[in-house]
Design a binder for this molecule. Structure first.
Ligand code: SF4
Length: 329
């Protein structure tokens, strides 16, 4: 039986942090062995919010490519490419825009939410309104059956399903499958200050951070605020260090911290040192591979160029069908 096909992208906005790793990338690494995967660096999507200053975009794109390979995505298993290298994404976006009612776009919940959140940017632009349709094109182009999402993102897929359904019913054809959500465990990783981990909050630990940089971020981090002295019992459930232990440490260490913190058997300094050991074990190989890849940008470009060739083959087949149906060359 042929493997089901899945598609997903990630917007390059800087180096990836551990929230991106545990929230998506780690899942992708697992999925690449079970599905036929198309993963793309969504550089056009970055322009929907970064259009005014795209000067860093080439660097961000390359860093993301390096982060992916360093974290274990394998071009032999998954098709890895840069979105703007496969122009068919934009062509399908354009053609689908002809039959997408405006109201479907304005009612996407994230449209208003993000506009309200990113007040420093003028997002009153067509590109920003149309980005869910570009996402639809990203998925439909490969006729993906599944899209990996967390539970809170299922609604994002709804527009995509509606648009492809409309295409097929309008032209009485059977071109696009309706992509189903592939629910994957998305770990929520808090930032060092307990807020959402984000570059803009300056609370992130990056896959590119050196061991020294990670240490400098972890050691001063606020733990259980009620634990003032070493012999005060603590509550790991309110401590970001314990959250990180659950991601990086083995189960025996997690259990030890859970028990010893509550009875003041371990101090926060030792607890953090123990965490750093676990972090280093996971992050060091990723960091080393990433450094090596960043030193050979040509090799990195070649891997993603080859991915684009593979992606274009599939994309071109879909576009031939769509162009014929819509009466264009
Ligand atoms: S012992 Fe560890 S889990 Fe407990 S408060 Fe200190 S850093 Fe947090």
């Amino acid at each position: 039986m042929s493997q089901q096909r899945i598609v997903s992208g990630m917007r390059p906005t800087g180096p990836l942090h551990i929230g991106n790793y545990f929230g998506a990338l780690k899942n992708w690494v697992a999925l690449q062995s079970a599905y036929e995967c198309f993963f793309f660096v969504a550089d056009w999507h970055s322009l929907t919010t970064e259009y005014a200053d795209p000067s860093k975009l080439p660097q961000w794109t390359r860093e993301m490519a390096a982060d992916w390979l360093a974290a274990g995505l394998d071009p032999e298993k998954a098709t890895l490419f840069i979105q703007s290298e496969v122009k068919e994404h934009s062509e399908l976006h354009l053609l689908l825009s002809m039959l997408t009612p405006l109201g479907w776009l304005t009612r996407v919940p994230t449209y208003k939410e993000l506009q309200a959140e990113l007040t420093a940017k003028d997002l009153n632009m067509y590109g920003f309104l149309g980005y869910p349709l570009l996402q639809t094109a990203d998925v439909a182009l490969y006729k993906a059956q599944k899209v990996p999402v967390g539970e809170d993102q299922v609604s994002h897929l709804e527009l995509c399903r509606e648009v492809v359904r409309r295409f097929d019913s309008l032209y009485q054809k059977n071109v696009f499958p309706e992509p189903a959500p592939l629910l994957t465990p998305h770990a929520r990783v808090p930032g060092l200050d307990h807020r959402k981990m984000s570059k803009s909050y300056n609370n992130a630990i990056y896959l590119s951070d050196t061991a020294e940089e990670v240490k400098k971020k972890i050691m001063p981090a606020v733990t259980d605020p009620a634990r003032v002295r070493r012999d005060d019992p603590g509550n790991p459930d309110v401590c970001v260090i314990y959250d990180y232990h659950k991601l990086f440490s083995d189960s025996a260490t997690v259990e030890m911290v859970n028990v010893e913190c509550r009875r003041a058997g371990i101090g926060c300094v030792d607890c953090k040192k123990k965490l750093l050991e676990g972090m280093e074990k996971l992050l060091a190989p990723i960091r080393d591979k990433r450094t090596e890849l960043m030193q050979h940008p040509k090799q990195l470009d070649e891997i993603f160029d080859a991915g684009a060739v593979k992606a274009r083959k599939v994309a071109e087949q879909t576009m031939t069908e769509v162009r014929t149906i819509m009466g264009v060359k």
